[in-house]
Design a protein around this ligand. Sequence first.
Ligand code: AMP
Ligand code: MG
Length: 420
Amino acid sequence: MKKIEDNCFNEFDPNAVTVDDAIKKILIKIKTKSSTEEVDIKKAYGRVLARTVKSKINVPNYKNSAMDGYAMNIKCFSTERNNFQCIGESFAGNPFKKNVGVNKAVKVMTGALVPSGCNAVVMKELVRVKDGVIETKSKIIKNQNIRFPGEDIKKNQIVLKKGKLINEIDIGILASLGISKIPVYEKPIVGFISTGDELVSIKKPIKTSQVYDSNRYLLYGLLKKYPITIKDYGVVKDKLIPIRKKFQQSASECDVLITTGGVSVGDADFVKDVLNELGKINFWKIAVKPGRPLAFGKIKDSIFFGLPGNPVSVVVTFNIFVHAAICKLVGKKHENSLSLEAELISDIKKRKGRKEYKRGILISKNKKLFVKKSGSQGSNILSSVKDANCYIELDEHMSEMRKGQRVKVLPFELASEYYE
Ligand code: AMP
Ligand code: MG
């Protein structure tokens, strides 16, 4: 088979797509998985909602007390001193059902029904009780300490929109509406393969010129938080026939297939060639550092990401490109992550013509944000990611950045989250 001839040395490669264009090209090719299923509410955590949810009830469902105290029917709110005759008690789940007349009161617990006729609740600590008469000197405001029906959620209100990644708060809200079965998108299958003759399993002793296959574990961790089924297809050697066989088999089983390594221009890099032979290459060079080259395409119905082999490149390209793809695939709208601006603590080297994602340490001092590089920025130095808490995103047009300049920062916690 003819190898795809190209080079990767020219930093200003006109054939390299920009990061923004690459994301657009990726998203065009991804279709949200249309099949849905109903799951038990506890299993809905971390899944994507497949149907907009409207409330069938008011929350709260009835007028209730926000305090332990006394609910009263008060006629004149301007008097300083008030006396009420206590005629009963109302507990949460055990209400006082009769009407309460003027100048009458009922002892109420938090969450208990505020009986009809009552127009205020005074907290227990502010009243004196003597011979069934309640006296308070505190000023009473109409409807104070009363929670009204629908105050939180109104009947027929849209509560959660289709495409929302369900979190613990959403689960609490769904439960407060009495919904036990949740419609969610089915989990797509995402598989991964490591390529490389030098790779050795983590269970084996390592020899000179061997490398532990860490990328599969890295990818497993990166994929873990998405509502997908993960398939680990192991390692394949840098040989054309085994790569072809492995790609054919795994692509037929996956919605997305991710490989690491073997995607560059070396004599042992066959990933693009096999992708070209079995399917289609959409693009394979992006003006980004780290992360070039990256082969994106399709084998039959399976979306294909050929990520570079260096671990830092794997993390960065995953966070930027694969993340966007998976969000769309699982039905979650991908929107730009929140970004911050911070002042550089030290100079940063950069070449024009490509976007760079430096690993950084973001700190806050005297209410201002500062950022610095987290050690060596080589794409093989995974420790620079371990010690970092953000990316410093430097646009294509930027060159060297000086201490004191302001830069865009993507905090990891936020960068890797889903946003509405
Ligand atoms: P490649 O993209 O195949 O040229 O690999 C680039 C670098 O990443 C080389 O130093 C590889 O040894 C390293 N590498 C590739 N795959 C892995 C892997 N699965 N785990 C750890 N390092 C890897
Ligand atoms: Mg390799």
